[in-house]
Design a protein around this ligand. Structure first.
Ligand code: PMV
Length: 325
């Protein structure tokens, strides 16, 4: 680490959220935050977290211009563990989209933070190591260090770490995502608690783990061939299975709202009519619709007129986390 403790030095980093097409739900190691399954995701443009860090007399966090003491304890515990012996840091982070509503703000947040702190302290980790570090803060954050389409593989041996591969660059295949925002409040049960509840109580957890690798390989192959239909089939299967798993936890994790169901049904209807569309959902009620760039405008138009859809956000594929200043 550098001993440069200049409090006027500010580092700014930006990262985009990512949306998993093959889902991760469940951890094999809660201490190190190691996922029990691999995953495959799209890094989004348009939506972004921008984080500014600088040396300070004490640790402080502001989120979207307001002090955030609750999030601060998780964040600074993460930094204590991943940058041992670190000095005090002031962190200011802003999202240009609703925080904690199933839009993966923790993914872009931990990715931008890790990159910014690495630069501030002069630690000099490479992108793959930064992804592993970000992933130890929020599992999905590892994927946001990379752009385009990203695959995360679980450790090969115990004690090992996750492995990330960028399987397509953003420009390789012009996919777009339309987020149908049906509610912008924070989620009821966070993903860490929800995953542990599922692992401990769902009778289907073993089956989820058993069939996961096949989904990951099918999706990787579909990306390699730019086969939208094949990708749509595995995307829908993975998210439906994850929500079936969530429903089978005790107490059940029900993230859907009536409007989520309306959107999912309509997307299935459009696909039945031959439109290149499929959808996915995370630990929140928003629905993310994946389509091809040429069809994105008409898909957005269809979705925004559905009852219960408050707004839509359209995002092409974006780049990995980057330092701005
Ligand atoms: O990053 P986490 O640990 O909050 O997990 C997010 C998990 C899902 O978004 C529900 C699925 C995924 O793979 O992103």
């Amino acid at each position: 680490m550098t001993d440069q403790n200049d409090s006027t030095r500010r580092i700014t980093a930006k990262a985009h959220p990512n949306i998993a097409l093959v889902k991760y739900w469940g951890k094999v190691d809660t201490e190190r935050n190691i996922p029990a399954t691999g995953s495959l995701s799209l890094t989004l443009d348009t939506l972004a977290t921008t984080t500014v860090v600088q040396h300070a007399e004490r640790d402080t966090l502001t989120l979207n211009d307001a002090p955030a003491p609750r999030e601060a304890s998780r964040l600074f515990t993460f930094l204590d563990r991943t940058f041992p012996g670190r000095p005090s840091i002031a962190v200011a982070s802003e999202n240009n989209f609703p925080t904690a509503a199933g839009l993966a703000s923790s993914a872009s947040g931990f990715a931008a933070l890790t990159l910014a702190v690495d630069a501030l302290l002069g630690t000099g980790h490479d992108t793959h190591r930064l992804a592993q570090i970000a992933g130890s803060g929020s599992g999905s954050a590892a994927r946001s260090l990379y752009g385009g389409i990203v695959r995360l593989d679980t450790p090969q041996a115990s004690g090992d770490d996750i492995h990330l591969t960028q399987i397509a660059e953003a420009a390789d295949w012009p996919l777009e995502v339309i987020v149908a925002v049906v509610n912008d409040g924070p989620k009821a049960v966070g993903s860490t608690e929800g995953m542990e509840r599922t692992r401990l109580t769902s009778p289907y957890y073993g089956a989820w783990l058993e069939h996961h690798a096949a989904d990951l390989d099918r999706a990787t192959e579909a990306v390699g061939k730019k086969d939208f239909d094949a990708l749509a089939v595995v995307t829908e299967h993975s998210f439906m299975k994850m929500h079936a798993l969530m429903l089978s936890a005790q107490p059940a994790l029900l993230y859907w709202l009536p409007a989520s169901l309306e959107v999912v049904r309509h997307v299935q209807h459009l696909r039945g009519q031959g439109w290149p569309v499929c959808c996915t959902m995370d630990a929140g009620p928003q629905v993310k619709i994946v389509t091809l760039a040429d069809d994105a405008v008409r898909v957005q138009f269809e979705v925004e007129s559905l009852p219960g859809v408050r707004s839509t956000i359209r995002a092409p594929l974006g780049q990995g986390a980057e330092r701005l200043a």
